[in-house]
Write a protein that binds this ligand. Structure first.
Ligand SMILES: Nc1nc2c(c(=O)[nH]1)N[C@H]1C(S)=C(S)[C@@H](COP(=O)(O)OP(=O)(O)OC[C@H]3O[C@@H](n4cnc5c(=O)[nH]c(N)nc54)[C@H](O)[C@@H]3O)O[C@H]1N2
Ligand SMILES: Nc1nc2c(c(=O)[nH]1)N[C@H]1C(S)=C(S)[C@@H](COP(=O)(O)OP(=O)(O)OC[C@H]3O[C@@H](n4cnc5c(=O)[nH]c(N)nc54)[C@H](O)[C@@H]3O)O[C@H]1N2
Ligand code: SF4
Ligand SMILES: [Mo]
Length: 735
């Protein structure tokens, strides 16, 4: 029997609402859900392939345990019994720090993994927590934390109402937006231009986004902080600073002015590869356009000055009067889970970072995490606190983190590795136990993080659509079972009872003596649903457990399959602020101090050739290369080379070439194109399949090369610990 159902897409930050046709348990068609309040019918080829993802014959259907070096399928009870035999004794002997938690990107897209993964981390109590955040957005979170008092108080462009959007180091036409949930960016950008507005893209490559822009400025990789310092400098020098409505709530303007002194457009032009007159014109255009927003993403984060650049993006939005106003950069107000809607408004504890340091490199902790580039050395280096076991949740660091081969070798040495993964891939092949999810459609979903970054305020819920085969636990149940094992309750924990206990503890921690009363009101729910209900009802639009008539409840959101529209973004300063001063901190001391590092680096010579990454609409980081319709067609893992560089190095279009750095090398297929700047080459990350012991038949046919095999795990933004994933010097030679 065919049924129609609706679902939030679990694949990327756009979080599109999908309309599925189901024949029993099989997905027979996927379309955009026209009525969805967030995405309004938009869909991309990845979302359309959700059915294929479920049907993939290589997808794991049962837990695997490694015995004598080979994986065997076991029952769920056996898998957990294996973990129970090995994990608690290891913790008892070597301490909690001997277990690493490694959280990958899909953790953010699956509420069960996100909410219960955090509980498992707490239950183990390990300081060794690593995630994709330090390959991605940690700089943006840290800058936001220092400026606004919470790491998810991130301003996003109010695209529907702006007249000028400047995109720096992002390609939302391919990525569908990041730290900015904006399904159908392309449609919205076209609407901006149709109403007379402008789109400017600053990127070393003429990207799909640059192709639809009014203007494309090429930048030298890693030059963003310098460009932004010069824009800020120009705004002060030319008397263009207008803080606008946030003026009474801003601190640090004088310190900021002093910090950017000397960074004139002329002084930075060579460093960032943009002519002084272009920098000045951009500063003036931002300052004099009434509704404008500057948006920076991956390109601005995954570099040596990631936090500095992320901070300066918001600084420039503030200095030009575009922060927290319609048509500028605004703060969403999420219906649930947003810390910037909790507690007393307008003031808070702010953030604290660097409370401890990593054992080997001494990298500071940021928001409870250590840089993922420290993972291998923490496994390899003997001594107190050495990592001997890892729990990898939906992550593939062998392909996604710098010096992947070193990570693979380190993982192979672990006494115990547990992977939550749906494939036997480059990382999970090193596990001793693999716990595969049945299907995201079998679990209820509520976007925990992304409404805090969304172009519009909405509340949506996706109920479970499929029943898993008997005995196949939901991912949150697997995590609860692991928590039971860690707490010494054995492999056969009563999941419902332990879930009750965990939830009761959390509620008591947040609301104190009122906890029993609240819990009684949600006693009809279990697992993630109960957490959604608690967060929604206690949230800024919630019914406050009966105190606010007509407020949101999970039932109310569930009754609206297209979601509930909570309106366009509205100004939130000062209410949103959680800094100790109750102000927007324009010049946080660690960032002002970091400007000195940039100043000392102004005259760094330009290497002849540097490498950067890119993304493609039909690819998703290191996975989905095994999905037939996504893998079909032109190979998308080629190295882009400018004709001048091709001529200089002797590589040719369609030929093979070797890219090397510090004695490490990868072999790639070359595509010669004028879309990339001279002196820059581009290779997407997440490739390098076909490795021994993996089970990804389609991906192995055209494996591509692992960009991260030549990137360095020693290069980090010192403030955020984020990896440097581009702009590093490489050599190129024909094969
Ligand atoms: N050089 C370079 N490297 C980069 C980047 C770059 O731009 N350049 N980008 C970085 C960024 S932004 C990110 S976010 C990281 C991403 O890197 P990772 O965090 O490693 O995430 P993915 O590569 O998406 O791998 C996701 C893993 O989860 C598994 N998976 C998929 N669905 C499920 C599920 O439902 N349940 C479970 N348990 N597992 C599932 C997949 O099989 C895969 O193993 O890569 C980073 N690496
Ligand atoms: N189809 C698809 N969508 C995705 C993903 C995917 O793999 N595939 N991954 C998802 C994830 S995890 C994330 S984090 C987001 C990322 O989303 P985006 O931030 O939009 O990421 P990219 O598409 O990699 O765009 C980064 C751009 O920065 C440019 N760049 C590189 N170095 C520099 C630099 O130094 N300065 C400047 N100004 N630009 C530079 C690159 O040329 C590239 O065009 O995408 C998400 N969406
Ligand atoms: S853009 Fe594509 S992958 Fe991302 S949420 Fe929408 S349909 Fe899913
Ligand atoms: Mo990411």
């Amino acid at each position: 029997m065919t049924t129609t159902a609706h679902r939030i897409c679990p694949l990327c930050e756009a979080c599109c609402g999908l309309e599925l046709e189901l024949d029993g348990d099989r997905v027979t068609s996927v379309r955009g859900h026209d009525a969805d309040v967030l995405s309004r019918g938009f869909i991309c080829p990845k979302g359309a392939a959700l059915g294929e993802l479920q049907d993939d014959p290589d997808r794991l259907r049962a837990p695997l345990v490694k015995r004598d070096g080979a994986f065997v399928e076991v029952s769920w009870d056996e898998a957990f019994a294996e973990i129970d035999r090995r994990l608690p004794p290891l913790i008892a002997q070597h301490g909690a720090a001997s277990v690493a938690m490694v959280l990958g990107n899909p953790t953010a897209h699956k509420a069960g993994l996100l909410l219960y993964g955090a509980r498992l981390t707490r239950a183990i109590g390990t300081p060794n927590v690593f995630s994709a955040s330090t390959l991605d957005q940690m700089p943006k979170q840290l800058a936001a934390g220092w400026m606004f008092g919470h790491w998810l108080s991130v301003a996003v462009p109010d695209l529907d109402r702006t007249d000028l959007l400047v995109v720096l180091g992002a390609n939302p036409v391919a990525s569908n937006g990041s730290m900015w949930t904006v399904p159908d960016f392309k449609g919205k950008a076209k609407a901006l231009r149709a109403r007379g507005g402008q789109l400017i893209v600053i990127d070393p490559r003429r990207t799909e986004t640059a192709a639809i822009a009014d203007r494309h400025l090429t930048i030298r990789p890693g030059g963003d902080a310098f460009l932004l310092l010069a824009i800020a400098n120009t705004l002060f020098a030319e008397g263009l600073v207008r803080l606008g409505r946030i003026e009474p709530h801003v601190a640090g303007l004088d310190d900021l002015r002093a910090a950017v002194e000397g960074f004139t457009p002329e002084r930075v032009a060579a460093r960032c590869g943009i002519a002084a007159e272009d920098i000045r014109a951009l500063a003036r255009q931002l300052a004099t356009t009434e509704r404008a927003a500057l948006y920076g993403r991956i390109g601005t984060c995954t570099q040596e000055y990631g936090t500095l650049a992320s901070w300066l993006v918001d600084v420039i939005n503030a200095l030009t009067g575009h922060l927290d106003v319609p048509g500028g950069a605004m703060f969403p107000k999420a219906a649930a889970f947003a810390a910037n809607t909790l507690g007393a408004p307008g003031k808070g504890k702010g953030i604290s970072v660097g409370r401890r340091r990593s054992r080997v490199s001494g990298a500071p902790e940021v928001f409870g995490e250590l840089p993922i580039t420290c993972l291998a050395e923490e496994i390899e280096t003997p001594g107190d606190g050495q990592i001997r076991a890892a729990i990898v949740v939906a992550g593939n660091p062998v392909l996604s983190a710098p010096n992947g081969p070193r990570i693979a070798a380190a993982l192979a040495k672990l006494e115990l590795m547990i992977s939550f993964d749906i494939y036997l891939n480059e990382t999970s092949r090193h596990a001793h136990v693999i716990l595969p999810a049945f299907n995201s459609l079998a679990e209820p979903h509520f976007d925990v993080a992304f409404p805090q970054l969304a172009w519009r305020n909405v509340a949506r819920y996706s109920p479970a659509l499929l029943a898993p085969p008997a005995g196949h636990p939901a991912e949150w149940e697997m995590l609860v079972r692991l928590i039971g094992i860690v707490r010494g309750k054995g492999a056969a924990t009563d999941i419902a009872a332990l879930d009750d206990e965990l939830t009761a503890d959390d509620v008591a921690r947040t609301v104190g003596p009122a906890a029993p009363q609240l819990l009684a009101q949600v006693a009809h729910l279990r697992g993630p649903d109960r957490l959604f209900e608690l967060a929604l009802r206690g949230g800024p639009y919630g019914d406050l457990f009966g105190a606010r008539a007509g407020g949101l409840t999970l039932d109310a959101v569930r009754a609206a399959p297209a979601g509930i529209d909570l309106g366009e973004l509205a100004p939130r300063i000062p209410e949103l602020l959680r800094t100790p001063s109750g102000k927007v901190e324009l010049a946080p001391p660690p960032l002002v101090a970091d400007v000195a590092r940039a100043r000392a680096d102004l005259d760094r010579p330009v290497p002849p050739l540097v490498i950067i990454g890119r993304r493609h609409l039909r690819s998703n980081n290191s996975w989905m290369h095994n999905i037939p319709t996504l893998a079909a067609g032109k190979f998308r893992g080629a190295l882009l080379v400018h004709p001048d560089d091709a001529a200089r190095t002797g590589v040719r279009d369609g030929g093979r070439a070797r890219v090397s750095r510090d004695g490490r090398a990868i072999d790639v297929t070359v595509e010669v194109t004028r879309d990339i700047s001279p002196g820059v080459i581009s290779l997407p990350h997440g490739w390098g399949h076909g490795q021994a012991g993996t089970r990804l038949a389609i991906a192995a046919e055209r494996p591509g090369a692992n960009l991260n095999a030549i990137l360095d795990d020693t290069l980090r933004d010192p403030l955020s610990g984020n990896a440097v994933l581009g702009g590093v010097a490489v050599e190129l030679a024909p094969l």
